[in-house]
Design a protein around this ligand. Sequence first.
Ligand SMILES: [Zn+2]
Length: 90
Amino acid sequence: MNSVIVLLELEPATEVIDSAEVDIGARVRWVHAAGADPDAQEDPLPRTLCGLDSSEMEHEHYRPSGPGDPWYPEEYRGRRCQECDAALRG
Ligand SMILES: [Zn+2]
């Protein structure tokens, strides 16, 4: 797999907040990974590696800075999806 896109599964909002200032990090339930669309490298495939619908998830725009780095952002270590993690570790 040449490119992985990190997606954030969020807790459902308890109220509708129409603002770009919402603290996304406080609402992250799980961090998933999806392959990149071959025709649009910034777009995820319709399904995550664990088989969930990726269209409802937030695009994290995270990229590992080196070969030894994890696929997920460090601050979400405890919330990484175990299925996606296993899929990426092979
Ligand atoms: Zn997953």
